[in-house]
Design a binder for this molecule. Sequence first.
Ligand SMILES: [Mg+2]
Length: 133
Amino acid sequence: MDEEKPECGTGRILLVEDDFVNGKIISRLLELENIPTAWVKNGREALDFYRQNKDSVLMVFMDLQMPIVDGYQATQELRKNGFKRPIIAMTANAFSDDQVRSAEAGMNDFLLKPVSKIDLSMMVEKWMNNDRN
Ligand SMILES: [Mg+2]
């Protein structure tokens, strides 16, 4: 895959998570990384957001199980629409084929829920050039 490691600049992270409590916690943890975060609730909203904000989306944290459009479909659509930056899958299922399926759908990496501050920091560090820290 043609990957980029984006600079933080004026961009933001797109968080796609249907669960209110998880979304609250993860968006708060991302704010602590000093990166603006936009939180949407399903894959369709993620696609809409991307179409309206293309270059400002630096990376995506993507829940897999969501209503309307799930994380796999959303990732495939984002890739079809030209999004080449990192997409990180999030799932609570440690012992499933989620990791394989998410890679096949075009996701770059995998984060286990509940998401910890340290794991999230490491993902941002790994996949993004964040000069705001
Ligand atoms: Mg979910």
